[in-house]
Ligand binder design. Structure first.
Ligand code: PNS
Length: 162
């Protein structure tokens, strides 16, 4: 596979995501992490913050870069000549939604999706659960890259968990 994209919201990136990026970087020559600009969904981290945290988290993977996209993923794929999406599957509960997206993206633009099975040590992990733990002062070290853990601490120190 020459190039592939790992799309998502990444609010914020977790070690489960980094595990998927690492494995994607072995499968494709060039991997782009594409961060969704979602103007309707309230995110904890701004787009710039999410990109900065991702960039710091994959600095050790030379063939992985970070970009942003708005609208349909397949339009980003078309514009960049990328025909493969790589996503992680944590559990069967992920499958219905992921299969629907994969089938739709193939129907829209013949963009193929390859799934990697998430490392079981991260199968319970999500950005939402990490935010929940950090909001109430819990320890998220080992669940997210160090830069994210620092950023969560700073974020909730200023908002007081609100
Ligand atoms: O991290 P997420 O929020 O589960 O990522 C979902 C994402 C961004 C991959 C998906 O919502 C997406 O591709 N959105 C862009 C709009 C689009 O292409 N929709 C059609 C496929 S559902």
């Amino acid at each position: 596979m020459r190039s592939a994209v790992c799309p998502g919201s990444f609010d914020p990136v977790t070690n489960g995501h980094v595990d998927v990026f690492t494995r994607a970087s072995d499968m494709a020559d060039q991997v782009t992490i594409a961060v969704l600009v979602n103007r309707t969904k309230q995110s904890l981290f701004s787009l710039d913050e999410r990109v900065a945290l991702l960039t710091a988290s994959v600095a050790h993977l030379p063939n992985v870069t970070v970009d942003v996209f708005e609208g349909l993923l397949v339009e980003w794929c078309r514009a960049h000549g990328v025909k493969h999406v790589i996503k992680g599957l944590r559990a069967v509960s992920d499958f219905d939604y992921e299969l629907q997206m994969a089938q739709l993206n193939f129907r829209l633009a013949e963009v193929e999706t390859a799934f990697v099975s998430t490392n079981p040590k991260y199968s319970f992990l999500s950005s939402s659960i990490v935010k929940e733990v950090a909001r109430y002062g819990g320890d998220v070290s080992g669940l997210v890259p160090d830069a994210v853990s620092d950023a969560l601490r700073a974020k909730f120190a200023t908002t007081g968990g609100a």
